[in-house]
Design a protein around this ligand. Structure first.
Ligand SMILES: [Zn+2]
Length: 220
């Protein structure tokens, strides 16, 4: 599962963008769309959000405790270039419960069940505390898979397929290459003592499915 909190909030907004926006506005009459694109780039201004909105169509929205992630504005404040694969080491209900528990200090963006259904608990805009490493949290989307590292039967065909569609969409959205450098296990995060997804997770199969799902695997 996920580990530890990732420290106090830190904003790394691109002040250059704000300067650029101001310069662009000077004297020019901007269209409504251009203004909409520019205003949220200004420091201290967040993009408007729709309550209950998800980043993966069809995902069930079950919000994590705000204590288990940090509000952000990715990919504008932090570039997203990794997907981190996790295994819950427990059932779906307990994973959702701990991610909703402010005392847990950790949560992932998504939870994928054995039947392939996807639950989103944190927006991709935000930095989820799932990797146990601040830099990795800031740069990644975390996907939990319900099951146990030591139990190969945890990882069903439907789970691989559902997760692959999700990862394909994430990779397409941020231009992340579908390879083992960019789609990694929690165990590969620097400094972690976690072992998930473990030896029974079939990486070759998974990446093949992600590539097959491709960017056309469904609407964002
Ligand atoms: Zn993990």
């Amino acid at each position: 599962m996920e580990a530890t909190e990732d420290g106090p909030g830190r904003l790394k907004r691109r002040s250059l963008l704000a300067g650029g926006a101001a310069a662009a506005v000077g004297g020019a009459v901007l269209g409504r769309d251009e203004l909409a694109r520019l205003w949220w780039r200004l420091p201290g201004v967040e993009r408007p959000r729709t309550a209950g909105a998800v980043d993966f169509r069809g995902a069930l929205w079950v919000p994590a405790s705000p204590a288990n992630y940090r509000r952000a504005d990715r990919p504008d404040d932090y570039a997203v270039d990794r997907v981190v694969i996790h295994v819950t080491q427990g059932g779906y209900a307990s994973a959702v419960k701990v991610f909703r528990d402010p005392a847990h200090g950790a949560a992932a963006h998504y939870v994928v069940r054995r039947d392939g259904r996807v639950t989103q608990m944190i927006r991709e805009l935000d930095v989820a505390f799932h990797a146990g490493d601040r830099e990795y949290n800031e740069r990644s989307v975390g996907i939990e898979h319900v099951g146990f590292v030591a139990d190969p039967s945890s990882f069903t065909d439907a789970m691989y397929a559902g997760s692959a569609r999700l990862t394909a969409r994430v990779c397409a959205r941020y231009g992340i290459p579908v390879d083992r450098r960019h789609v990694v296990g929690h165990a590969e995060v620097p400094g972690t003592d976690h072992t998930d997804p473990g030896p029974h997770w079939d990486w070759d199969r998974y990446l093949r499915l992600v590539r097959r799902a491709g960017p056309a695997a469904g609407p964002a």
